[in-house]
Design a protein around this ligand. Structure first.
Ligand SMILES: [Zn+2]
Length: 266
């Protein structure tokens, strides 16, 4: 059954107690690869070589700048023989962008690895190197320059969840949410920041109220972690949201099955 683990739940500014937003699926699939990705994997003792697939949502640094570190680690530490497959999905010029980033970070060092990966810019299909999953990628409402997308991930059991990537409210999300068991969504800005590129508490509430059968897992948040002892940077007071919304923390892990969504310990 699908396992969703939140390795990071913060927005680009790294609120206290949160790494950059990062979802690990079935201990082997990453949605995005933020600067804190390698730290996140170390924290739960998962080796980079055990990542079979990465699906990128868009080209903002907090969603993909961790990629060169992951590949460098596989090359020199955990997969020196290069035996492990890696499937990579992403929107436009995915391979070109990631190759440029790797070359900038470690010139001449990891480019040779990139050709051994399975790349796809298709908008739907099976997830490369993860045979239990298929996906649909769709455009969302964020900064157009970064080619923003969300994903519908469908498990072979028929269970289905959405990952919104970074987006404000839009038809692409609202029209699909009711069809999903779970929606992993961003809440990138506080209530007083009324911009179209991100959800805020009131717009999360509107979407959740319109889809009462769906569970919404809120990540990519500006909020400091309530359990963190350090002084909050902005606020650690979680807003009141509808009962079908869970505001997740780093390390939260869930199992999705036909009964619904349950918290899980490793
Ligand atoms: Zn973004």
């Amino acid at each position: 059954m699908p396992i969703l683990e939140f390795l990071g739940t913060g927005n680009a500014f790294l609120p206290q107690g949160r790494f950059h937003s990062l979802l690990l699926l079935d201990d082997s699939i990453l949605i995005d690869c933020p600067p804190t990705a390698l730290a996140s994997l170390r924290r739960i003792n998962i080796s980079p070589r055990d990542i079979n697939s990465i699906l990128f949502t868009h080209w903002h640094g907090d969603h993909y700048f961790g990629f060169p570190f992951l590949i460098l680690e596989r090359k020199w530490i955990s997969d020196r023989e290069g035996n492990r497959e890696l499937g990579i999905h992403g929107p436009s010029a995915c391979k070109k962008r990631l190759a440029e980033l790797c070359e900038l970070a470690y010139p001449g060092s990891v480019g040779d690895r990139l050709d051994s990966f399975k790349w796809s810019e298709e908008e739907q299909g099976g997830v490369q190197c993860s045979p239990h999953w298929s996906f649909e990628r769709f455009e969302v409402k964020h900064e157009i320059e970064v080619d923003p997308h969300g994903y519908i991930m469908t498990h072979e059991s028929g269970l289905k969840f959405m990952h919104t990537g970074d987006s404000g409210p839009c038809e692409a999300i609202s029209s699909r949410a009711g069809d999903c068991d779970v929606v992993v969504m961003e809440m990138g800005v506080p209530e007083e920041v009324d911009i179209p590129q991100h959800f805020r508490p009131s717009t999360v509430a509107t979407l959740a109220n319109a889809n009462p059968e769906t569970i919404f897992l809120v990540t990519h948040t500006w909020l400091d972690e309530p359990n963190c002892e350090r002084e909050p940077i902005i606020s650690n007071q979680l807003p009141q949201l509808p009962d079908n919304v869970i505001q997740v923390s780093d390390g939260d892990r869930f199992i999705l099955n036909s009964e619904g969504l349950q918290r899980s310990n490793k």
